[in-house]
Design a protein around this ligand. Structure first.
Ligand SMILES: Cc1ncc(COP(=O)(O)O)c(C=O)c1O
Length: 432
C-alpha cells in the first residue's frame, strides 16, 4: 500500500469520504487522492514525498505559486501579533482599498471567510434591497453550497452525477430559477415570465465550473439590460476569476463594459487563506448590518492572518505576474491540444483569459452545461492518471479549469509537455 492509500483508508474511517471537500476524493477519476504534505512554487509533494507539477493551484488561489516567501512572511509576522481579535483592523481597510482600486465598482467591501458565504450574502442582500425573493442562476455555474444556489450546480455536483443535493428544502430551491448559460432566448423568456419577482441574477461572468465556458459576445450585456429593466440586481461571481484572469478579474477583461451591482470575490483575494469578499455599490452595501437591516456576521471574518496574505498577494500580483500566467496558460493549452490532435483524440479546448479546460471526445463548441455534458469523461480519467503517474497533478475532474501560476516557467512546463504524448495515447485508447 502506498502512503496515499494508507492515508486515504485512515481518513475515510474518520472523515466522510476521507476529504473536507468532495471533489478532492478522486470520485470522478478513481484511485487514492494524493495527500499533500507541502507545496512550493509550481509543485506539490505527497506523503511519499513525491513531487508533482501542480495544475490545481488550490483551485485558484495560488496565482503567485505556492508559499511565495513574501506572503508567508506577511502571515508569519501577522501571526506573532495574534491569531484573531474579533475587532476591526486597519489591515482590513487596506485590503478593502486594494480591492476597490482594482474594481472601482466595489465601492464598499465586506469580508467573509469563503466564496460560499460571499455568494449567500450577496443573495440575501439582493433580496433585502429589492423586497423580492426569486433568484436566477445558470445551469453549470457554481456559487458555493448555500441552499438557494445549489440547484443544477457544476463541478462537484455534476461530477457526482446529482441534480442538486439532498437536504435542500423544496421551498428554497423553488425560489431559484435555473437557465441555460449563453442562451439569450431562454433569458428573455424567464424575464418576460417572472422579471417582476426577481431579486437578482447571479452569474459567473466567464463560467469555469462546468469546464471553461466563456460568455458569448453580448451575453453579459444582455444580462445587464434585462436586470436593469426589471429592477433586479446583477451579481458577478468573480470568486474564481477575480484577480486571476486580470488585475481586475473578468470585469477588467471586459473593460468595464458591464456594470454589475454586486461582486463576489474569493480565492486569490485571500492569497490561499480562508478569506472572501462581497463588494458593490455603496447604497446597496450599506444595507448590510450594522448600517442597514440585512444581517451578516462572522467570528473569523477579516481574520488578520488571512488579511495579511490577501494584502501581500494583491501587492505582488502586478502586470508581470498576469503576463507570466497568461503566457503559461497559452503555452500549455497549445501543447495539450497539439498532443491530443497528434494522438487522434477529438477534443475542444476552451479559454477564458488564463483559465482553460479541455472537453473530451467532442470537438464542437461548448456553450452551456448541456453541451459540456456531451463530453466523454472516461478519456479524461485515462489522461489524468497517466499524467499523475508522470508527476503532473491535474484537477481530478474533467469539469474543472486547469490552473497555472506565475511560477510555471518554461522548465516546469517542459515537464508537463514531456508527459503529454503518453497521456494522450491513453485517452485515445479509451475512445477507440
Ligand atoms: C465561481 C465560484 N463561486 C463560489 C465558489 C465557492 O467558494 P468557496 O469554495 O470558497 O466556498 C467557488 C468555488 O469554487 C467558485 O468557483
Amino acid at each position: 500500500m502506498s502512503g496515499n492509500e494508507e492515508a486515504f483508508a485512515r481518513a475515510r474511517a474518520v472523515i466522510p469520504g476521507g476529504v473536507s471537500s468532495p471533489v478532492r476524493a478522486f470520485g470522478a477519476v478513481g484511485g487514492a487522492p494524493r495527500f499533500v504534505t507541502r507545496a512550493e512554487g509550481p509543485y506539490v509533494y505527497d506523503v511519499d514525498d513525491r513531487q508533482y507539477v501542480d495544475l490545481v493551484g488550490s483551485w485558484g488561489p495560488a496565482l503567485l505559486g505556492h508559499a511565495r516567501p513574501e506572503v508567508v512572511e506577511a502571515v508569519r509576522v501577522a501571526a506573532t501579533k495574534g491569531l484573531s481579535f474579533g475587532a476591526p483592523t486597519v489591515a482590513e481597510v487596506e485590503l478593502a482599498e486594494l480591492v476597490r482600486d482594482r474594481v472601482p465598482l466595489a465601492e464598499r467591501v465586506r469580508f467573509v471567510s469563503t466564496g460560499t458565504e460571499a455568494c449567500m450574502t450577496a443573495v440575501r442582500l439582493a433580496r433585502g434591497a429589492t423586497g423580492r425573493d426569486v433568484i436566477v442562476k445558470f445551469a453549470g455555474c457554481y456559487h458555493g453550497h448555500s441552499d438557494a444556489l445549489l440547484a443544477a450546480a457544476g463541478s462537484g455536483v455534476a461530477t457526482a452525477g446529482l441534480p442538486g443535493s439532498a437536504g435542500v428544502p423544496a421551498a428554497a430551491a423553488a425560489q431559484t430559477l435555473v437557465v441555460p448559460y449563453n442562451d439569450p432566448d431562454a433569458l428573455r423568456e424567464v424575464f418576460a415570465a417572472r422579471g417582476d419577482e426577481m431579486a437578482a441574477v447571479i452569474t459567473e461572468p466567464a463560467a469555469a465550473n462546468m469546464g471553461v465556458v466563456p460568455p458569448e459576445p453580448g451575453f453579459n450585456l444582455l444580462l445587464r439590460e434585462l436586470t436593469r429593466d426589471s429592477g433586479a440586481l446583477l451579481i458577478y461571481d468573480e470568486v474564481l476569476t477575480g484577480f486571476r484572469v486580470s488585475r481586475s478579474g473578468w470585469w477588467g477583461l471586459e473593460q468595464g463594459q458591464v456594470a454589475p451591482d454586486l461582486f463576489t470575490f474569493g480565492k486569490v483575494v485571500g492569497g490561499g487563506m480562508p478569506l472572501a469578499a462581497l463588494g458593490g455599490r455603496a447604497d446597496l452595501m450599506d444595507l448590510l448590518a450594522p448600517v442597514g437591516p440585512v444581517y451578516q456576521a462572522g467570528t473569523l471574518s477579516g481574520n488578520p492572518l488571512a488579511t495579511a496574505a490577501g494584502i501581500a498577494t494583491l501587492r505582488l500580483a502586478d502586470q508581470g505576474v498576469y503576463e507570466r500566467v497568461d503566457a503559461a496558460a497559452q503555452t500549455l493549452g497549445t501543447h495539450v491540444s497539439a498532443a491530443l490532435a497528434a494522438a487522434g483524440v477529438p477534443h475542444r479546448l476552451q479559454r477564458a483569459g488564463s483559465l482553460f479546460s479541455v472537453f473530451w471526445g467532442t470537438d464542437g463548441p461548448v456553450r452551456d452545461y448541456a453541451t459540456a455534458q456531451r463530453q466523454r469523461t472516461e478519456a479524461y480519467t485515462a489522461f489524468f492518471h497517466a499524467m499523475l503517474d508522470a508527476g503532473v497533478a491535474l484537477p481530478p475532474s474533467a469539469y474543472e479549469a486547469w490552473f497555472v501560476s506565475a511560477t510555471h516557467d518554461a522548465d516546469v512546463l517542459d515537464r508537463v509537455v514531456e508527459a503529454l504524448p503518453a497521456a494522450a495515447a491513453a485517452a485515445a485508447r479509451v475512445l477507440a
